[in-house]
Design a protein around this ligand. Sequence first.
Ligand code: BG6
Length: 517
Amino acid sequence: MLNSEAERHPFLQGLSKHRGAPPTVIVIFGASGDLTARKLVPAIYNLCLDNLLPPNFFLIGYGRKDVSDAAFREGITKSVQTHSRRELNADIWERVKNSAVYHRGDYDDDSAYKGLSARIDTIEKDLGRDVQALFYISTPPSVFKPILENLGASRLARRHQNSPCASRVVIEKPFGSDFDSARELNQVITEQFEEKQVYRIDHYLGKETVQDLLVQRFANSIFEPLWNRRYVECVQITVAEDLGVGSRGSYYEQSGATRDMIQNHTMQLLSLTAMEPPVSLDPEAIRDEKVKLLKAIQPLNPNERDGDVVRAQYDEGLIGGKKVPGYKQEEGVAADSGTETYAALRLSINNWRWAGVPFYMRSGKRMARRVSEIAIQFKRPPGILFGDAERFDLASNTMVIQIQPDEGTTLLLNSKIPGLETRTQPVKMHFRYRTTYGSNTPEAYERLILDAMIGDSTLFIRGDETEASWRLITPVLEHWQSLGPRGMGSYVAGSWGPLASEQLLWRNRHEWRRAGP
Ligand code: BG6
């Protein structure tokens, strides 16, 4: 039974065992970029180590720099040594390393794509079998369009169409910078590829704990009856980082916390937390529910004083006892920058399940600690028996799903302190990945690259989904754009954000919980 069920639903398959991908060549556009070195190549290595790469696997790095094959192979080996979660095993890596070649080309040069096409044909000819091409676009967004158009014009997009070896394209974020640009990008994509060939990445979806959200919600019977406006007081989603913008100042200036984190990662956490149960684990069934949820969110009021959003920039402060500069002093950042490094939102979901339950989201750089979590705060019990606040220290029951670090779930309950007097105290029930499963869980990119190879789009964003999220956020961004730095709040680096974000919750008599286990 499990087998046939697993065959119908690729998500289940992913949970149980790997189904072999056809012979595959991954072409990474942006081969000398940071993401390739830090995440993509180490992920490929770890898949190789777990024997999850197809037996015939090839890697082509595409980039503008002049790099020899030997230097490319050396570079990818170094990136495994530096960034892989598991040590380099040279014998196992040999297989991928020897298959790797570098293809130099400009992104808008059609002859370079002809050359690429010829290379893939040669691989196929030597192998004597069809090969699936997976084009991984990990470049700055300014060249997404020429790459996609050239993949179309060179017919690379249409190789082995409608067969198991049909081409696929993986697109990194940022997917547009507002609703119009996201829609335009979707149009460019769909002129060259069918939606089923397209894999828009949000690496949060590849995190183990995020995948577990579906399981925790729908493979247990005790939560779902409580998961609604009758029992839930509010939901708080926090994605906090202690790092600053580092060397990415000039990228971040164009982005800010809302485009960089809220529009994608936190919105994904929100939709998986709040969506209705899908009719099956089919990728489309899950994505349909996410889109429905996003569409039910009430438009945001962007006003500073009585609105639903707060933005701020970090000032200098202390992180881990060390002094760190303010955002405006970071390299590549304008002295009069109007870019927010922190954003908080209050969302209302206008559907039967959630009407009247505020959903709060916040994300920022240089916050007190690195922590991502979803906290479901339940309504307080009636104060009939233990309502006397002098005697009883009662907390709201809260279920906290810790996305990272220290992955797990915590349930906050009230308990009697042992003793002859009746006194209460909040206590925590913990489930920790580390203690239950050990600490070496796969990185998000391992799962996502594997899924793209085997053609499971569950953990990728559909075109209409990204548009629905941009539709909600864009009016806020436009409002902020019109104000520039005027009205921008500030917070001390190493703190939990600006006072205005506390006030956003006080209006509903709520307060941010202190995030963390
Ligand atoms: C990226 C953002 O998408 O996510 C970065 O561009 C951010 O600014 C990163 O630091 C956070 O990812 P993670 O997996 O470390 O939480």
